[in-house]
Design a protein around this ligand. Structure first.
Ligand code: ARG
Ligand code: ZN
Length: 451
């Protein structure tokens, strides 16, 4: 009996494309709660801490503020108690997700097998488990060998290769670097989906799009599609809403470090926890985790060449600039905001989505040890965190039908920032005029002169 149960569980983990074998979120709800007074804040903090709720916004109960909405996942077993307390204290709330498990199941239309080999090839509009992303990377570099190479940054805690793709047009000229990583937080599945989409966009368009053509003359693009590979896999096999890495702490009594609190930028000072069971556990020291160490080493070795450091998250719809751990502005704050605002305007033109631009500590919350702050502190001028869709309607469970519009609008925004950087550092590399448009331009000029 015991044995067959074990085999069953093992099989469940091994069947590709299946998750949530244990339907662990049945009846859980995500609530939007609005504390009005400092009394409400205290009451909510107590409820969150005693019921050990999964806070989605803000991430720490100490960051709950009067007048600021809060998003929280409440296990079915605590719902009655929580709602009772909210009613009793006259705190207003609204149900964002009525049944978390149902929402998860309906965002996984791949039961019973892998449907990613659509006739045209890889599908960019579904979420992919890690083995498929590894396979995708291999395919991409094989079929685009003139532009793409694949390399390993290092190994994860569970000993998996952290592969990145280097997109580089062969040239004897020394080039600068654009860095982008996705998937530092496991449950933010839209992020790796975006990194893959972005690679596809460059490969599809670099021969015809004059802007991509232009920046690839000066810039190499390095893309790490999944930074927190162990956590990402865990979010597929075991716990969909897992956030951290999978390193063991305190004799295996708790697991995972928040890799975006683990960098050497005012590490552990604010908006991060030193308790390993917390969602924002910052690790045992700066870069205590192999994943952060691998990224930091790599970037540090090339830091004089890296012009732009982009790290992609969800959710909230922000383009965030340094700093998160203090309210001081970056020395090049004006430029950072100018580029990001251009990006937000271009993004909105696509599907009407509103993004907020600004320093993390002012527009979102304070946090220390983020890769964005660290990158800026070691001298990388353009360092941003993107928080993709949405604003809480689905939160970390963004339905797959939003993958395409989210990736389209984000592509536009990221391209805008890269162009800005390209023009700033290579002002003479004008966008190449195609011979077709040159002729058109001459004809217009002549008719003007003649008229
Ligand atoms: N990706 C962000 C993080 O994990 C999410 C925080 C901002 N959004 C929110 N809903 N709290 O740090
Ligand atoms: Zn995140």
């Amino acid at each position: 009996m015991k044995l067959s149960l074990g085999v069953f569980c093992l099989l469940g983990v091994l069947i590709p494309g299946r998750i949530g074998l244990r339907s662990q979120y049945v009846g859980d709800q995500v609530l939007r709660v609005l504390p009005q007074t400092s009394e409400n804040v205290k009451q909510l903090q107590q409820l969150c801490d005693t019921l050990l709720l999964d806070l989605w916004k803000p991430l720490l109960s100490e960051d709950i503020q009067a007048g600021e909405e809060l998003h929280v996942r409440v296990p079915a077993s605590s719902l009655q108690e929580l709602k009772g307390s909210l009613n009793q204290h006259l705190i207003s709330y609204e149900v964002l997700i009525r049944d978390v498990q149902e929402q998860l199941d309906s965002s996984m239309p791949r039961k019973g097998g892998s449907h990613w080999r659509v006739p045209e090839g890889y599908s960019y509009t579904v979420y992919h488990p890690m083995e498929e992303i590894y396979h995708w990377m291999y395919q991409i570099k094989e079929s685009n060998s003139e532009l793409v190479t694949q390399h390993s940054l290092g190994m994860t805690y569970e000993n998996r290769s952290m592969y990145y793709l280097k997109i580089s047009q062969p040239s004897n000229k020394a080039k600068k670097i654009i860095w982008m990583d996705c998937g530092i937080h496991a449950r933010e599945w839209i992020s790796p989906a975006f990194c893959q989409w972005f690679v596809k966009e460059i490969l599809q368009n670099y021969k015809t799009d004059p802007k991509i053509k232009s920046f690839l003359q000066n810039l190499d693009v390095y893309i790490l599609p999944v930074l927190n590979i162990d956590g990402y896999i865990y979010s597929w096999t075991t716990e969909r809403l897992w956030r951290k890495s999978r390193s063991a702490h305190v004799n295996g009594t708790c697991f995972g470090t928040d890799l975006n609190r683990n960098f050497n930028g005012s590490w552990g000072s604010i908006g991060a926890s030193h308790n390993c069971s917390s969602l924002t556990f910052c690790g045992t020291g700066p870069e205590s985790e192999p994943e952060t160490k691998a990224v930091a080493r790599f970037i540090e070795e090339r830091k004089s060449d890296v012009l732009c450091f982009l790290t992609i998250h969800s959710y909230g719809q922000y383009i965030l600039t340094p700093y998160g751990y203090k309210t001081d502005l970056a020395s090049n704050h004006q430029d950072l905001v100018e580029a990001a605002e251009k990006a937000a305007v271009a993004l909105k033109e696509k599907h009407g989505t509103n993004f907020t631009v600004g320093p993390t500590s002012l527009v979102l919350y304070k946090n220390s040890g983020s890769s964005r702050d660290w990158a800026h502190m070691i001298g990388i001028p353009f360092s941003y965190t993107f928080e993709l869709r949405d604003k809480g309607a689905y939160g970390f469970i963004l339905p797959p039908d939003q993958i395409q519009p989210t990736c389209e609008e984000t592509t536009t925004a990221v391209m805008t920032i890269i162009e800005y950087v390209n023009q700033k550092y290579f002002p003479n590399s004008a966008v190449a005029v195609t011979s077709g448009s040159l002729w058109l331009w001459l004809i217009v000029l002549f008719t003007r002169i003649l008229s």
